[in-house]
Design a protein around this ligand. Sequence first.
Ligand code: HAM
Length: 411
Amino acid sequence: MKIQPVRGTHDLYNQNLIKYNHVLKIVNRLAKVYCFDEIITPIFETTELFRKPLGKFSDVVLKEMYTFEDRNNSSLTLRPEYTTPMIRSAISNNLLEKIPQKLYGIGPMFRRERPQKGRFRQFNQINFEILGTNDIAADLELILLGDDILKSIFPDKKIDLIINSLGDQSTLKKFKEDLKIFFNKYKKDLSEESKNKIETNPLRILDSKDKDDIKINFNAPKIHDYYSKEANKKFDEIKGLLQEYSINYEINPNLVRGLDYYCHTVFEFKSKDLGSQDTLIGGGRYDGLIKLLGGPDMPGVGWAGGIDRIIMLMENIVLSEKKIHLVLMNEKIKSYGLKLLDLLRKNNIYAYLDYKYNLKKSLSNASKEKSKYAIIIGEDEFKNNTCTIKNLNNNTQQNISIDNIVNFLKE
Ligand code: HAM
């Protein structure tokens, strides 16, 4: 049997890798425009770092972490998400002496979930966090940034922004108690998975995808009935700002997110073209998390986006790397061809040689590679110190002197 990647993991190559790099280019550019500083942390951390903040009854902690014993018996975990490691790093390196800290990170995360379309065990995230401010302007900035990134990648696609507020700690405490009472009344009709969550994580029943659970959820207590005055004010503020910026949104009172650390604003950007794993970006506010991790008592807000899902949604987009395909018609002109290749590369032009020395085969390769131009050299071109340049998009061609080739291609 052919050797395969580990279940739930996948390789990125050809078009998907070009798309991955395209997404990163947009993310890095907009991160600079919004003045976020990049941070790179190790891919494993102590297990303790994740257990409490993500919630000891959250799916991630209960069944999805890749945890292993190190040789000195300490327990380590491959990071399942980036928010906690980024905050850990901000604390370890005294970055919180200057606030607000606006940080972003890009890299692989690991969760042992059941693999399906859009759900992997190793996946790549982009992650933006603003640490140290209560200002709702930070929530807005982050939503605008997510919107800008997605619109730059998908100018013509409809992507929905869903928001909710989880209120403050007192809102959540009372709400969870009432949810437990409510779901206990319908226990026998709930899915097995939701039954197990009544006592430990009743919030998550609200975003169950099971048909019977959805019917029951329809009549479940609604979080907005539990907001404090302050929570109501914050939520109105963010809604008002989104309207002012003409960002369309939908409120879903059952949007609760999967990790335990959230409060106040939570949001997701979703696409209906993705199937059941339809969230591209998810995030929200986490006001108690920095303190829980041993840092100062300061608020934070952020989001993470799944690069693999973004790439999946780019399925109808073909990106070309503006490669020039050099077509040498026979081996006798190899040395002439290599000098030309060198000249192009020294001028920062992407130039490719396929070692075929055959017009038909090389041109066919060039169109498979989605090259825009082929430079063809045969005996005549060699003798006259010229080359034939063929535009592979419209199939026109012209003969030009080698001395003019760089200027021609740069234009
Ligand atoms: P999350 O909702 O768990 O949030 O993940 C964020 C995004 O990562 C998802 O919307 C999805 O695009 C992608 N993602 C998650 N799991 C998988 C998977 N198994 N396969 C492929 N893509 C996946 C967080 O991770 C929070 N740390 C976000 C955050 C940052 N909240 C505040 N700051």
